[in-house]
Design a protein around this ligand. Structure first.
Ligand code: ZN
Length: 205
């Protein structure tokens, strides 16, 4: 690369680094990606790609994200229930082996490893309320919730089962403080943690 170009490239990288270290990540001190389970299917075409990949087996990873923000600990998603770890052959979540859930390392153990108590989590949001995303939600009774209004009303309304939800997994959060959202939301107002509304999979995904 000619020297002048190299200088421009260095400057571009510099600006990019400044951007990442500055505005976009303002209050974020650390991001933990936690293993929140895996799920396996014997036939990818059954639910995920109708008509394609017939009979193809697949494994999906499931993550939770714990953010250390200057204002406190923020959790995105609560994965599959820790209780599943007691079932080495997994928890069948659909008939005929179409979906089986596995937990090899509990969320509780991973939090303990980094010395974070569930009660330290001051804010939490869930991508949606299906069992593989709120499995350990009941641990976080001290968290201020950020949930799309449509999702909250479906989950805590009269007929959560109608939406495929299992209220026993998250019912302890009924009394939590909540900010009901109607669209995108910048949690800390600094651009570092922004929840995007992508309805479709569920009403308030
Ligand atoms: Zn789902």
């Amino acid at each position: 690369m000619p020297i002048r170009l190299r200088r421009w490239a260095a400057l571009a990288v510099c600006f990019l680094a400044q951007c990442l270290a500055g505005a976009a990540w303002a209050g974020v001190e650390r991001l933990y990606v936690l293993n929140c389970g895996t799920s396996k299917t014997k036939d990818l075409s059954a639910n995920w790609s109708p008509g394609a990949n017939v009979g193809v087996a697949w494994e999906f990873s499931n993550h939770c994200y714990l953010i250390k923000h200057s204002q406190g600990w923020f959790l995105w998603d609560a994965g599959m229930a820790d209780e599943i770890a007691a079932q080495p052959d997994g928890l069948p979540a659909a008939a005929n082996g179409l979906l089986t859930l596995y937990v090899t390392k509990t969320l509780a153990a991973q939090l303990e490893e980094i010395e974070v108590a569930p009660s330290d989590v001051h804010a939490a949001a869930f991508s949606h309320f299906h069992a593989d995303h709120v499995g350990d939600a009941n641990l976080f009774t001290k968290a201020h919730l950020y949930v799309q209004a449509a999702e909250y009303d479906a989950a805590f309304g009269a007929e959560p089962q109608k939406f495929g939800f299992q209220p026993a997994l998250y019912d302890k959060l009924r009394a939590n403080a909540v900010t009901k959202l109607n669209g995108d939301h910048d949690v800390y107002g600094d651009g570092s943690v922004v929840i995007l509304a992508t309805p479709g999979h569920t009403a308030g995904h």
